[in-house]
Design a protein around this ligand. Structure first.
Ligand code: SF4
Length: 351
């Protein structure tokens, strides 16, 4: 290479790394009708302005209590349900507004693993045919021998014996069925996998095995994972970053280490305080949240968490806090981080 070319390369502006998935101000509002023929009487604000991105080879976990909208985010990204507003980009291409015919080839790149593999695997098909379906649907193999070879390779990847291809889903344990679910997600060559409570129904030791498998597959194949879970203890083992959702909105996003060691939102503090410590004799301050999660049909004004927040003050009931950077890569939506605001209530108890 001549020196001129080297000079030109050295002076070139760094190429910005584009995330694999970008979600911008995503909304999903479900209409409610009071009768069969009546008009819309209200909306369920299930997802109400959610933004995040996932890099290639990265895991982002979306956590929060049941009903916070995290699974709806996953299904809306996949277009299993249509978004009300916002944008979803895969590798820089908008996919939220694509017609079905143009979306189809991109579906190959985005796959899902659901919580209950038994209900998501066709009980009448052998494993070979379950895994062959996406391969043939997307035209990824020619002829039976080629399909069989690919199915065998997938079973190797998820560490199931090759003779599994002759058996039916009911012949496997829950953990093995989830491995089949993961193999099916890998079958079309996906680079983004949405794991929707994918390990929640499994025993603790099986959970750990599946989480290890997902991590190994990520290293091997460079997968990006959106890991949707209510279980922060398991999230800690798999994720790079965490986004915390409450009542349809993200309230905190950070690298795993920063979020687990120094959460910046009172809701995250409460969630983390409920995670069991590895040492059963150790004590931690437990934040007990009082009150129920408000209805997503009529979210509270101001900060949506104010009805349960131990630190809420007058402004929280009126002004909605924006999600903003508190530290590099660490965003939180809470007025406590504004200049001059002091916490008034510790509201924590040793348990
Ligand atoms: Fe609590 Fe107010 Fe912060 Fe909301 S803005 S989390 S109510 S302190």
């Amino acid at each position: 290479m001549n020196s001129g070319m080297m000079q030109a390369q050295n002076n070139a502006a760094p190429v910005a790394k584009r995330p694999l998935l970008e979600v911008n101000d995503l909304k999903k509002h479900f209409p409610i009708r009071s009768g069969f023929l009546s008009g819309i009487s209200a909306y369920v604000y299930a997802v109400d302005g959610v933004s995040f991105s996932i890099d290639k080879g990265e895991t982002l976990s979306l956590v929060g209590e049941s009903g916070c909208g995290k699974s709806t985010v996953g299904r809306t990204i996949l277009r299993l349900i249509e978004p009300t507003a916002g944008q979803v980009l895969l590798d820089g291409q908008r996919i939220d507004d694509l017609p079905a015919s143009q979306l189809r080839p991109l579906r190959r790149r985005m796959q899902v693993v659901f919580q209950d593999p038994f209900s998501s695997l066709n009980p009448r098909l052998r494993v070979r045919d379950i895994l062959a379906e996406p391969i043939t649907n997307f035209g990824l193999a020619s002829g039976k021998a080629d399909v069989d070879a690919r199915v065998a390779e997938l079973l190797d990847k998820v560490r199931l014996p090759r003779d599994a291809m002759k058996r039916y889903p009911h012949e496997f344990s829950g953990g093995q069925r989830q491995r089949i679910g993961i193999a099916r997600a890998l079958a079309p060559g996906a680079d983004l996998i949405i794991c929707d409570e994918a390990v929640s129904a499994l025993d603790v030791s099986v959970k750990a095995q599946i989480v290890n498998l997902l991590s190994d597959l990520q290293d091997e194949l460079g997968l990006s994972l959106l890991f949707i879970s209510h279980d922060l203890a398991i999230v800690e083992h798999i994720t790079h970053r965490v986004a915390v959702m409450y009542l349809g909105k993200i309230v905190e996003v950070a690298e795993k280490r920063a979020l687990f060691s120094a959460p910046k939102h009172p809701y995250t503090e409460a969630l983390l305080s409920a995670v069991p410590l590895p040492d059963p004799t150790a004590k931690r301050e437990r934040v007990i949240l009082t009150g129920d999660v408000p209805s997503p049909i009529k979210p509270p004004p101001g900060c949506r968490f104010h009805t349960r927040c131990p630190h809420a003050f007058d402004r929280c009931r009126i002004d909605e806090p924006p999600l903003k950077a508190i530290a590099p890569g660490h965003l939180a939506a809470c007025h406590l981080h504004d200049a001059g605001v002091m916490r008034t209530t510790p509201a924590a108890a040793l348990v």
